[in-house]
Ligand binder design. Structure first.
Ligand SMILES: [Zn+2]
Length: 224
């Protein structure tokens, strides 16, 4: 197993420190620090990347990026022509504006024979099926996975090798490497970076749903 290096992160504002602090110097909140373990493998990989050599841009060759149509002309246009293999897309919005409905319609319309994996930490298979029935969606390749543990979600993706993964929603998913509640800044950082890495490595396109309140308290001044 890789040695883990520790970093302490403020759960309220995301401030990082090498040691535990009682009071956050950035947002002045008390007892918001928790330990986040960093995998040193990531640091090693970064080092490898830093040894890259310069190349003449005019000699660089590339393959045409393959895109899959979502089945919605308007959405394809926003995405620059469709979903790119191994990309990560965030769909955010207030509760009840129809994010889950839109996602289910994408699952239905996307042109693929591979599995579309719908991961839900909020709703049951029955609730999603009810919505699918209402929308007259009954494709064979849409699979439901009701799980919130990122380790198990990753294994399921490894096994099912889906074309598209839906995470509904990001704030219900957790990693036991982070000692804070699902939806906290620490968890969101860890989960998002794990999903991002997985997308790239396994060439799986992932759509993350993020429910935002009208005035997100801790998020308004943040990058998240
Ligand atoms: Zn803070």
């Amino acid at each position: 197993m890789a040695k883990a290096k520790a970093v302490f992160v403020c759960n309220n504002c995301g401030y990082e420190s090498s040691k535990w602090l009682g009071k956050c110097p950035a947002c002045n909140e008390w007892n918001t620090f928790f330990e986040q373990k960093l995998d040193t493998n990531v640091a090693t990989k970064k080092k490898e990347k830093e040894t890259a050599k310069s190349v003449a841009l005019k000699n660089v060759e590339y393959k045409e990026i393959s895109r899959i149509s979502t089945g919605f002309g308007e959405l394809d246009r926003v995405l620059g022509g469709g979903l790119v293999d191994g990309s990560l897309i965030l769909i955010g919005g207030e509760p009840g504006i129809g994010k889950s409905t839109l996602i289910l319609q994408i699952c239905d319309k996307i042109k693929t024979d591979k599995i579309v994996l719908y991961v839900s930490g909020e709703e049951s298979a029955e609730q999603i099926k009810l919505r699918a029935d209402r929308l007259k969606i009954n494709k064979n390749n849409i699979m439901f996975y009701g799980e919130t543990d990122i380790d198990l979600i990753e294994s399921e993706i490894e096994e099912k090798k889906p074309e598209l993964v839906i995470i509904d929603s990001i704030q219900t998913i957790f990693s036991d490497k982070v000692d804070s509640i699902p939806g906290s800044i620490g968890q969101l950082r860890e989960i998002t970076s794990r999903i991002m890495r997985m997308c790239k490595e396994k060439k799986v396109t992932t759509i993350i749903i993020r429910t935002c309140n009208k005035r997100p308290e801790t998020l308004q001044d943040q990058e998240y």
